[in-house]
Design a protein around this ligand. Structure first.
Ligand SMILES: Nc1nc2c(ncn2[C@@H]2O[C@H](COP(=O)(O)OP(=O)(O)OP(=O)(O)O)[C@@H](O)[C@H]2O)c(=O)[nH]1
Ligand SMILES: [Mg+2]
Length: 240
């Protein structure tokens, strides 16, 4: 399958060079699409340099920080326009291990529509995160799966592989979430559309370099949206 790895970046200067090399080493025949929100630390210029060196890496230069959701909406639209058959998404800070990508692509090739790298299935784990992050993520995911009745244990994992056709079928451009709630929004739409989703265990590591973009605002956004979608689902109304 013609594959592209979509990498959102914001201030990942300390990671991007090594990370692009690690992705290329893990999946030699995949293209890469970096989606940078004009990172003040010069991430995009570093990515361009690596693109010239390694080839088959494209950098989308966006005007400014608009959140993970907006970056992925842009990246996915570009991937659709360029006709890829498989689309991988992942963080660019080494929290997600690129050597897992081939396993995800094998699962896609086996016929599923989407593969989620999951911290909450047997074999999955989160290491070196502070207790409060672990509690927030684990219980946030339990709440999300229960309220939205989703058969997925890690709805907020950004490490995924999608069959492009299945992703296109839910029109990601129509999503609205700004932060990581965007990832739940996609799962909800995929499930509603009858897509098959499997979770494969991953070990999530805290970033070693650079700073977290996690904010109270996007945590609140996620809780409010999940609750709102749950209420809509129960009231029999569809969508938003
Ligand atoms: N283009 C773009 N990328 C973003 C934005 N926010 C975060 N990212 C990138 O998206 C990936 C996942 O980010 P998050 O998990 O939300 O945040 P993070 O900064 O990695 O936070 P920690 O995991 O807590 O360290 C990383 O590669 C970030 O650089 C954004 O607004 N725009
Ligand atoms: Mg991260």
């Amino acid at each position: 399958m013609r594959t592209v790895v979509v990498l959102p970046t914001y201030n990942e200067a300390e990671n991007i060079l090594r990370f692009l090399h690690a992705v290329r080493d893990a999946v030699t025949d995949a293209d890469v699409l970096v989606v940078d929100d004009n990172s003040p630390d010069g991430t995009a210029a570093l990515a361009e340099g690596t693109a010239s060196e390694l080839g088959r890496i494209k950098v989308l230069h966006r005007a400014g920080k608009q959140g993970l959701g907006a970056a992925y909406r842009h990246g996915f639209t570009t991937a659709f326009d360029e006709g890829y058959e498989a689309i991988v998404s992942m963080d660019s800070d080494f929290s997600h291990d690129p050597t897992v990508i081939p396993r995800m692509l094998d699962l896609l090739a086996g016929g599923v529509d989407a593969v989620i790298g999951s911290r909450y299935v047997p074999g999955g784990a989160t290491v070196d995160w502070p207790l409060r992050r672990r509690v927030l993520s684990k219980w946030g995911n339990r709440y999300t799966a229960a309220v939205l009745r989703l058969p997925v244990r890690d709805c907020t994992s950004g490490f995924r592989a999608y069959r492009a056709e299945a992703l296109r079928g839910i029109d990601p451009a129509s999503t609205t979430a700004e932060g990581y709630a965007f990832l739940t929004e996609l799962v909800r739409k995929l499930v509603a559309n009858g897509s098959t989703i499997v979770e494969t265990p991953i070990v999530f590591r805290d970033r070693q370099f650079g700073t977290s973009k996690m904010s109270g605002r996007i945590i609140v956004e996620s809780m409010l949206l999940v609750t709102k979608w749950g209420v809509f689902d129960r009231s029999g109304r569809s969508e938003r």
